[in-house]
Design a protein around this ligand. Structure first.
Ligand SMILES: N[C@@H](CCC(=O)N[C@@H](CS)C(=O)NCC(=O)O)C(=O)O
Length: 68
């Protein structure tokens, strides 16, 4: 339930999303994805972003992701 962002505080793309959510004063949960260990290429992230990149955004049934 609620807004979930799968990402990392060392990811500029993640920080862009978090900035927008903060500007709108929205409550969200950041689920850390460890880029250094390649976690973004593992199945639980690929299921949320088939390009294997972060961030991936979920708000109940709304699922968003980007790519290059
Ligand atoms: N246009 C995408 C870019 C996402 C992106 O480049 N994410 C980087 C981290 S900042 C990433 O996942 N890099 C790992 C990779 O490409 O394997 C977005 O804004 O969501």
């Amino acid at each position: 339930m609620g807004i979930k962002v799968y990402g990392s505080m060392v990811s500029i793309a993640t920080l862009r999303v978090l900035l927008c959510l903060a500007e709108k004063d929205l409550v969200f949960e950041l689920i850390n994805v460890d880029l250094a260990s390649g976690e973004h290429k593992r199945p639980h992230i690929l299921a949320r972003n088939p390009f294997g990149q972060i961030p991936a955004f979920e708000d109940d049934d709304i699922k968003l992701f980007g790519n290059q």
